[in-house]
Design a protein around this ligand. Structure first.
Ligand code: UDP
Length: 422
């Protein structure tokens, strides 16, 4: 099959851990290369955010990344990219040069807009079918972030429109199916394919990096408030009260190339909080870490903590599990599915430092429990979350769309886009 992936802000070639570079980049990169390994011809279209980037990068025999000129060639926060989706659609059509793909797969709601436009502008009698993965939903973001949500206001109606206009929607977990149905998207065109974990990279063969204290707790992710890293810092004094004084909290992730860690407001906030709580000596902010250094870091941890307010999926717990490390996870979104409570880690209620401290104390006190949970996690990661399996499930969704000959319904589709200045 000839597949056009669209990932407007999240390039599969970007460095990870910056504000807008995380799980979607990993997902698009791994899914695309697994599909290419299955014999498909995959092209990923992403926005050029640096003038020095080549127009095309041949990543592997079946996989090409195309940097499309759409808006200024510099980093722009993803929430400001909506006006450039029309140009992205034009660039995709230009690259096709009349040789249409069998299917398009859009990642994130704005890519869905570009994909649907490209599919219609291409001028064929049958538009190219569009499969949509949202990765995150504005309705959920608004519920948790309220006025702090910087998404463009039009997301509130354009995102559900994309879901209804797409031929197929792939959700990453059951929780997302529920949210999609609430947006009016028909269950009959939704399937589930979770995110996966790169089992060649994780656990890898590199040694665990040495730790500087008796216990190491690890947090990995973009430094944004909703990831709840402050809650883990708040748990440290409670852990100390419970007798766990010699603990390091290692925080991996940063703001990207634009800012140094010292300039990053979220890093400054976390540092100030640690100081205020008297745990400054126990907290290390490492900044962005390249992919190949991650396995050694995961393997050095006694526990990985994922304490987000909400989480559409969350690849970090899978990477921790693949490395045999137990996960303390807020019981939200995809984490409820990936981390099995009492088996591969411990669930805690969200936004609750006391519960985090209690769960961590339980794990730190019991090396046997940690290694049992670590082993169970590694088994689960291997048996359910290999990218080969996710690629096969995704391919099934593509085939369903093609076989059913589904085409977007004009009455559902065209009007909102035509009224939007894209
Ligand atoms: N990551 C990384 N280096 C960093 C920070 C994060 O390689 O400095 C990776 C991390 O290992 C994971 C991804 O970025 O693969 C984050 O994905 P997740 O789904 O957990 O969170 P998201 O960023 O999508 O909210």
């Amino acid at each position: 099959m000839k597949v056009s992936m669209v990932s407007e802000h999240a390039s599969p070639l970007a460095a990870l851990g910056g504000v807008d570079a995380g799980g979607q980049n990993v997902h698009v990169a791994a899914l695309s290369s697994s599909l290419a390994e299955r014999g498909h011809q995959v092209t990923v279209y992403t926005r050029r955010d640096d003038p020095a980037l080549p127009a095309k990068v041949q990543v592997s025999p079946g996989l090409t990344v195309v940097h499309v000129d759409a808006g200024p060639a510099r980093r722009i926060p993803k929430d400001e990219l909506l006006p450039f989706m029309g140009e992205l659609a034009d660039g995709i059509c230009a690259d096709w040069a009349g040789q249409l793909p069998d299917v398009m797969h859009a990642h994130f709601w704005m890519s869905g807009l570009a994909a649907i436009q490209a599919s219609r502008r291409a001028g064929a009698s049958d538009p190219v079918p569009v499969v949509q993965t949202f990765h995150a939903l504005g309705s959920v973001k608004r519920r948790h972030q309220g006025a702090a949500d910087t998404s463009p206001p039009a997301r509130a109606w354009l995102e559900p429109w994309v879901g209804r206009a797409a031929d197929w929607v792939i959700a990453t977990c059951p929780d997302e199916v529920f949210e999609l149905k609430a947006l009016g998207i028909s269950r009959s065109k939704i399937s589930i394919a979770p995110c996966g974990v790169d089992l060649t990279l994780f656990p890898g063969t590199s040694d665990a990096e040495p730790k500087s204290r008796t216990h190491r707790i690890l947090s990995v992710g973009r430094l944004v408030q909703r990831k709840g890293v402050d809650l883990i810092i708040q748990a440290l004094p409670l852990l100390a009260e419970a007798g766990f004084n010699d603990v390091e909290l290692l925080i991996v992730g940063g703001s990207g190339d634009a800012l140094t860690l010292e300039e990053d407001p979220e890093a400054q906030r976390l540092h100030a909080l640690a100081k205020e709580l008297g745990v400054e000596e126990n907290v290390t902010l490492r900044g962005q870490v390249p992919r190949d250094a991650m396995p050694g870091i995961f393997r050095s941890a006694d526990a990985v903590v994922c304490a987000p307010w909400y989480e559409p999926f969350g690849i970090v717990p899978l990477e921790a599990m693949a490395c045999g490390v137990p996960v303390v996870a807020a019981a939200v979104g995809g984490l409820r599915e990936t981390v099995v409570d009492q088996k591969t880690g411990l669930h805690v209620p969200p936004r609750n430092p006391e519960a985090l401290a209690e769960a961590l104390a339980k794990l730190l006190a019991d090396p046997g429990l940690r290694s049992d949970m670590g082993r169970a996690g590694a088994r689960r990661a291997r048996s359910r979350y290999a990218w080969e399996r996710i690629a096969a499930d995704t391919e099934k969704a593509y085939r369903s769309v093609l076989a059913a000959g589904l085409s977007r319904q004009a009455d559902e589709g065209l009007e909102p886009l035509e009224g939007t200045a894209l």
